[in-house]
Structure formats: C-alpha cells, structure tokens
Design a protein around this ligand. Structure first.
Ligand code: MG
Ligand code: MG
Length: 257
C-alpha cells in the first residue's frame, strides 16, 4: 500500500528528516583517524535522542545500533564497534530517526583524513547519481525513471551497482512500498504522486557488483573487496518535483554541495 502523506504527517517527517541531518552533521565532524565506529554511533544516538526522536534502526530486524557504519569495501549494514578509522578510509554512515511515529532515512559517505584520488572520484559519482535520480522524482513520472537515471549515470562512469539493495517508500515504517531499484529500464513501476515519501539510495562499487554478507549476518561487503559508496535522501514528491526532507538547512542544498 503506497500512501500520500497529509500535511500533518509531512510536518513530522520534515522534523524526523531534520534530526537525521543534524545527526549526520555531528557524526561527520567526529570522523577522524583513530576514532571508533561505536563512538560515532554514540554521537549519532545522542543527537537523535536529545531532539526527542528515537533511532529508527536500533532493533529494526534486530539491528543492534543507532547507525550503520560501513567502511571501504563494506557497502551497507556495518555494525558499529571497536574498529578504529584509519587515514584514507571512506566511511558510509546510514542514519534513521523516528519522530512522533514518522521516519527519516539518509546515508552519506565521508572521507577520513586524506583519501585517494580514486576514492574521491567514486564518492563524487555516487553522490551525483543520487541527484540524477532525484531529478526524475516528480508527480507523473514512474518509479523506475529514478532507477534508470541513477544506473545510466553510474555505468557511464565505469562503476557498478549491487543488485540486491534498493531504495524504498518510507513513512510510519522505515521500509514501505514501492521498492526503488538503482538501475534498469525507465517507465516501469507505479506513477509517483504528490505527497508520496520515498528514500532514494544508490550504492556504487568501484569494482564488480557482487556482494556477500559476513558471518555476523549484517555486514555486506563487495565480493572483490573494491570500495563502495552510498548516498541517500528521504524526499517527498511535490507538484513540480521533490523536496528533500533529510536536511537541516534548505539553503545549503545543492547537487554539488
Ligand atoms: Mg538508510
Ligand atoms: Mg533506506
């Protein structure tokens, strides 16, 4: 069931999204060589709880932490722990917050210290692929118009996309219909309508698309150990486009910022 949110519901989702963005700001400032991922997670959880929200991911399908922190060849669902960041790591942080029953969900990949030119380029392309997808997010377009735009952009830059992970509808649950793949032909899936809230989240690999899940049953890594980057925003479909909900400062929003 895919619902359009009322203005009342959207007010809660804006707030949830703002809290997610504030948690990202705090975590991004804390990223440095030597810092543990569990410390980053504690920063994230404190911001969320201080704002009167609850971490969406803690306990979701049994996940043990407030954030997923995925380093280098880990694409998603890294569990925060004793691992210390090293100079040159790329660190994907995925954060969800629930405010008055409504969720925001956003992931971003950050550089720790001095990263390689190749890693930097991967991050740039992955981030831009999110916005290429978002440009197709408007009432009257099909869901896979977003998918197609992401895929074409990523493939044109020589990178790959994992097959088994996708964006999703979001609202009173973190994961709702529809599923939003990050590749494939345009013109399929439901028609987007004003008021629908979705999370668009390309994951981009430097190497091959294949992945595997580690023995903790969470951590997803690239099979060839190549680097992976992940960018995600929660948005609402508007009359003539979209509004990003997972932001704390609308003025700073741009596709190259
Ligand atoms: Mg997420
Ligand atoms: Mg998501």
């Amino acid at each position: 069931m895919i619902t359009s949110k009322s203005s009342h519901e959207l007010a809660y989702m804006r707030k949830a999204g703002e809290i997610v963005a504030l948690a990202h700001q705090a975590v991004s400032k804390a990223i440095a060589p030597g810092v543990t991922t569990e410390y980053l997670d504690s920063v994230c959880e404190r911001v969320i709880r201080d704002a009167g929200a609850v971490p969406s991911f803690k306990g979701l399908y049994g996940f043990p932490a407030a954030s997923c922190i995925s380093i280098n060849s880990t694409l998603v669902h890294g569990i925060p722990g004793k691992t210390k960041l090293r100079d040159g790591d790329i660190v994907s942080v995925d954060i969800g917050a629930c405010y008055h029953g409504y969720h925001g969900d956003s992931a971003w990949t950050y550089a720790c210290g001095n990263i390689s030119e190749e890693a930097h380029r991967l991050m740039e392309v992955a981030r831009q692929s999110l916005f290429e997808g978002l440009y197709q997010a408007r009432a009257g377009n099909h869901v896979t118009d977003i998918s197609h735009a992401i895929g074409e952009y990523v493939y044109a830059h020589g990178y790959s996309i994992p097959r088994d992970y996708a964006g999703h509808g979001i609202g009173s649950s973190v994961h709702e219909d529809p599923t939003i793949p990050n590749f494939g032909p345009a013109g399929h899936g439901i028609l987007l309508k004003e008021g629908m809230t979705i999370a668009v989240e390309p994951m981009v690999h430097m190497g091959k698309p294949q992945t595997r899940v580690l023995h903790d049953n969470w951590t997803v890594v690239t099979k060839d150990n190549s680097l992976s980057a992940h960018y995600e925003h929660t948005i609402v479909i508007t009359k003539d486009g979209y509004e990003i909900l997972t932001t704390a400062n609308k003025e700073e929003l741009s596709d190259n910022g």
